[in-house]
Design a protein around this ligand. Structure first.
Ligand code: NAI
Length: 470
């Protein structure tokens, strides 16, 4: 049994935890990273961002090839397009494998010690790690909790990860379901629903609220829903899923129409439950240490990521803020900087949100609804991608860029876009907003032609003057 002492112990090796471990080691700290999975990288690399993006990529290629079959418009024909799902899943797993091993390499390079096992606090400075056949007790001056989140379950719906799946099971289906029902029109539901629709499933999305993507800008959510419907995704809004049963190899869901209050049943071959995620803190022994947790299960922290115990910090999905990998990474860096006596800070208003469908959706800053609620007067500039020459040249004209700027100062307050590679394009606005730029600042920057970024320039121009090409 090891009784090693470290400057910093990080529990969890997702994007928050592994980044914190590496940065701390780079700053000269003696660091240990504890992970209960056998591979590093957490949800994001193992069963989240990375495998889902691999499947979104593969399914998009497949759908494009299928669409070319018999399509004379571009003069390209693609016949006998076949899907080998086993190979697709193997390729996806190979990508995950390479990336998780890449973190092992970075740990070795930076001299981060890895412990595989489940961590439990014994005191505020010591942690017990229980592995398959191992038990270690290690000590630390400072500890960061970065244990992430897990899928929220619904009462009366029994997840078996085969017929009723979370996002984890949805990455491993052995055959394309004829009919798939997705419960929840959030990011996971729309991304994974899109993957399986492209691969051949008839996909229906059941959402409790009267809209998709709660919290996102209304106009963007409405336009995006129309685009997804055009692509073949079916939506049932204002419907609460109440229970499930298996009848003759089908999943039968009992659904209540929220406004009409009537209940009915629909069936599917596979049901994906994507109704949100909850912080993962059980088994850590937080109660015994009296670490404060809010009513939703999030660990309470001050502005320095400190929990109610000074030398114990928490970052990423277990604390407040958007549950996103890149937010967790920024939290990790800032927490390490603070532990190291430097200034660390993350502006949650400037964390971009991206949906990796085609077109992509990318948002940053305030929505129109938030600005109205906060009583902030704003100008709005919108530019449709149908008027962008690059979008036209590549047949990706679905979408728009919308920029919201302060009425009196012209400072950009929010940017919302749907479009080809919007998740990449949005970063010009992230940088602009990070430097407190105005719409005019962005509009006066020379943008390359032809690029989708020109739609950003035009939307910026439209906030205080007039777009040129629309
Ligand atoms: P979500 O919170 O984004 O959406 C869940 C949806 O389910 C909501 O629209 C909610 O109204 C609905 N819902 C809840 N109970 C329901 C019921 N009984 N019947 C029908 N609908 C119901 O959660 P989601 O999509 O599971 O994502 C979880 C987290 O993971 C989010 O924070 C998301 O941002 C993050 N994520 C981010 C990705 C990205 O950045 N591209 C990809 C995947 C996940």
């Amino acid at each position: 049994m090891s009784e090693e002492k470290y400057d910093l112990v990080v529990i969890g090796s997702g994007p928050g935890g592994y980044v914190a471990s590496i940065v701390a080691a780079q700053k000269g700290m003696k660091v240990a990273s504890i992970e209960k999975r056998t591979t590093l990288g957490g949800t994001c690399l193992n069963v989240g961002c990375i495998p889902s993006k691999a499947m979104l990529h593969a399914s998009e290629q497949y759908e494009n090839a299928v669409k070319l079959n018999g399509n004379k418009e571009w003069g390209i024909t693609c016949k006998d397009v076949k899907l080998d799902l086993t190979k697709l899943l193997k390729k996806k797993s190979g990508i995950v494998d390479e990336l998780t091993k890449g973190i092992d390499f970075l740990y070795k390079k930076n001299k981060v010690t890895k412990y595989i096992g489940t961590a439990k606090f014994i005191t505020a400075n010591s942690i017990e790690i229980t592995g398959d056949n191992t038990r270690n007790l290690i000590h630390a001056e400072n500890i960061i909790i970065a244990t992430g989140s897990e899928a929220t379950h619904l009462p009366n719906i029994n997840i078996d990860e085969k017929k009723i799946v979370t996002s984890t099971g949805a990455l491993e289906l052995k055959e394309v379901p004829k009919k798939m029902i997705v419960i929840g029109a959030g990011i996971i539901g729309l991304e994974m629903g899109t993957v399986w629709r492209r691969l051949g499933s008839d996909v229906e999305v059941i959402e409790y609220l009267p809209r998709i993507l709660p919290g996102m800008d209304n106009e963007v959510a409405e336009k995006f829903m129309k685009i997804l419907e055009k692509q073949g995704l079916n939506f049932k809004l204002g419907q609460a899923v109440e229970s499930s049963k298996i009848v003759e190899n089908k999943v039968v869901l009992s659904i209540r129409n929220v406004t009409k209050e009537n209940t009915y049943e629909i069936d599917a071959d596979v049901v994906l439950v994507a109704v949100g995620r909850k912080p993962n803190t059980h088994g850590l022994g937080l109660k015994d240490l009296n670490i404060d947790i809010d009513k939703h299960g999030f660990i309470k922290t001050n502005n320095h990521f400190q929990t109610s115990i000074n030398n114990i910090y928490a970052i990423g999905d277990v604390i407040k803020g958007p549950m996103l990998a890149h937010k967790a990474e920024e939290d990790g860096v800032a927490a390490v900087e603070i532990i190291n006596g430097e200034a660390g800070h993350v502006d949650y208003n400037l964390v971009p949100g991206i949906i990796y469908t085609a077109p992509e959706v990318a948002v940053i800053g305030k929505t129109e609804e938030e600005l109205k609620e906060e009583g902030i007067e704003f100008n709005k500039g919108v530019f449709p991608l149908s008027a962008n020459s690059r979008a036209k040249a590549i047949s990706h004209t679905d979408g728009m860029v919308k920029i919201l700027s302060d009425k009196s100062t012209d400072k950009i307050l929010g940017a919302h876009m749907i479009g080809h590679e919007a998740g990449t394009v949005i970063h010009e606005l992230s940088i602009a907003m990070g430097f407190g730029a105005s719409s005019e600042d962005v509009a006066r920057i020379c943008h390359g032609h032809p690029t989708v970024n020109e739609a950003v320039k035009e939307a910026a121009l439209a906030t205080y003057s007039k777009a040129i090409h629309f």
